[in-house]
Each structure stands twice: as C-alpha cells, then as structure tokens.
Write a protein that binds this ligand. Sequence first.
Ligand code: SF4
Length: 398
Amino acid sequence: TQQSQDEMMRIFNEKRKLIDSGQIAEAQFIVVSISMQPALSLAETFCIPPESALKKLTGYFKRLGADLVVDMNVADDFVLLEAQEEFIERYRMKADGSKSALPMLASSCPGWVCYAEKTHGSYILPYISTTKSPQQVMGSLVKNYLPQYLKDSNRPIYHVTVMPCYDKKLEASREDFFDSTTNTRDVDCVITAIELEQLILSERKNLAEEEEGELDWPFPGEKSTLHLTSSLGSGSGGYAHHIFLHAAKELFPDQQASLEFKALRNQDFQEVTLEKDGKVVLRFGIANGFRNIQNLVQKLKRNKCSYDYVEIMACPSGCLNGGAQIRPKDGTSPKEMISKLEALYRQLPLKAKPECNDAVNTLYDTLLGGRNSDKKKALLHTKYHALEKNSNALNIKW
Ligand code: SF4
C-alpha cells in the first residue's frame, strides 16, 4: 500500500485523530510538493486557469490536513545548476582523455533510468548524470532542511509529491533515497494527477469548487510569487536548452550560441549544435520515447554517438504526456490533449535564471556547506546500479 492514495489518506486520518486527542507532538508534519505537469493536467481537466488550479490543489491538501504545500521551483533550480556544473566537469574530463565522461545523459526520468539499469547496465550507467531528479532533490530538502526550519518541533515529517507518472513512485522507493538512521524515505508517498482526480471526484467535488489556498514558503529569503513557470525548451524541465546555453557561455565565450533545435527523424528527436572555426564543438540532443532512446543507445554501443549531452525522457512529448496525467474526455484525442497542455505550458511566465534564485544560493551556503562540499554531493547527487553486474562509476570531482 505504500505509495498509494489509500496510504496517503490513512496518514491524513491518523494525523487528524492524534490532533483531536491532543497528541499534537506525535502527529506527522505533512508536506506536499506539487510539480508543474500534474497541476496543468488538473487545470485542463477541470477548466481552471493553471495558477488557480495550483491554489485550489493547495486548498484541497490543506483541507485534508497538510501543514505545508510548496511548488517545486527551488528543487528545479538546484537540478539545473548541478547538472550544468556536472556537464562542464565531464566536458573537461573528456578533453583530458576520459572515455565515459560524455555524452552526459539526463537522469530525471526514472522510466529511462530503470530501463538503462535493467537492460544496458554496466555499459551505459557512467554516462547518466549523477544529479538527482527534482523530486528527489525536493525530498532531500524536505527531510534535511525542514527540521532546521521547524526548530524545536520533533514531529516526524511525511512528504508527499504530486507527479505526472507512476515511475516516480519507483524512484521514490529506491534504496538510495532511504535514510536508515531516521528510517524514512526522502519522499514517502507519490500521488499522480490521475489519482488526485479520482480522490477529488470520490468526494463528488469538482476541483473548481475547492477554496484556493496560499502556497507556503519555508525557504530562506523573500517568498516567491511565481509558482508555475515554463523553461526554454521542453515541458520536462528544459535541461538541454539550459545546459547548452550555459556550456556555450562557459566553454566558448567568443561564439554566438543560437538555440535552434532541429527535429531529425521526428519531433521527439531534436538536436542543436555550436560551431567554432567550422567545427562542431557542442552537440546536444533531446530524445523522447523508447523508439528514440533505443536508437540512441545502439549508437552509443557502436561508438557512433556524437552527442555531448542528451535530454532523455521515456514518454513521447516528455512529462506533460506522462503515463499518469489525466486521460482526455469528451472525444478529445490524446494528441489534442497534449497539444492543449503544451499550449498551457507555453503561456506560463518564463522561469528566471536559476543563478538568480536567492533561496537556492543561501541554501548552498548554509544547509549544503558550500558548492564543493561532501554534504552537497550527498544531498543533490546519486548513483545507479547495473542489475547484471557492477558498473564503473565515474570519479567526478566537485
Ligand atoms: Fe515520468 Fe514520462 Fe516524465 Fe519519464 S518522461 S519522468 S516516465 S512522465
């Protein structure tokens, strides 16, 4: 039952009973982190503007008994900053002769990571970025930063994330994200858009009827008012676009980088290059869906992969089209549904540069003990496991 709606509702009910009987100190402190894609799915399904849908979801969780409801922007920014840093490190390792430093393959999609571990294990794992996914970075922050924020409270923290696919439940259940000293997971329960729709409808309620609630801001510095934002590039996080621009600026400051991704075989396989003196110096790709992933892996195995970085997502069209986003209704085709979600996504305000996130910068200096500390590596990075034999892990310096 772990990772299910029933489990989450049991925790909310238990908490209510403890509070009603005056045992507040023993009641779980429940934190809910909501990602952008399911918020858009619920907005489209219940015909509510996205920002209002997010606030109504906040109201829904607060009515159930959540103590804090937050968006995922701080975690998203940590992931972009860590991934861009990791890419530069790997690029330099490749220049120094390391054979498995590049291409760096994105790691935020557990569908892809599980497939790689099971099917191509020891060969492919060194290429997968060690940066944790936004869900797991959020988990690290909730379980490691919030106890400081809550100061004298010893209430156990229960962390729920709202996600677009069932694979995020598998990710949250990985041994790597279980703390044996506190005997808890960084993410205790993952609820998907489709499960939330069922829960809301089981109360015979339309999300539109829910009271709006205010998202919380437990992080340092001024409260952010932008909760749902878009990135340049994909609705899965815009990793390829962001890291490409950063790498071009950092490694080839004299070159003018133009961010024009070209579709190759299909819309789900795209690439962009940066040239210097007529030679390609950066080649980035986006591969969505298993057909494209399999092609890419075969190229890598035959030593014919010319990419420096590939943003890989298991779902065609990426996370907006996740397997647990709400199914279209009233004769709308899946293709029309994804077009509607992409249109909603493009209307969101553009995300500010992650370097400008004051909360993130403060947390690097305080919670994480600096940008090169072991603590930062432990809380923001992870490792992968070949299921057939041990992989040769890359020794990345931080
Ligand atoms: Fe989940 Fe699909 Fe996104 Fe991968 S691409 S994280 S499987 S929604």
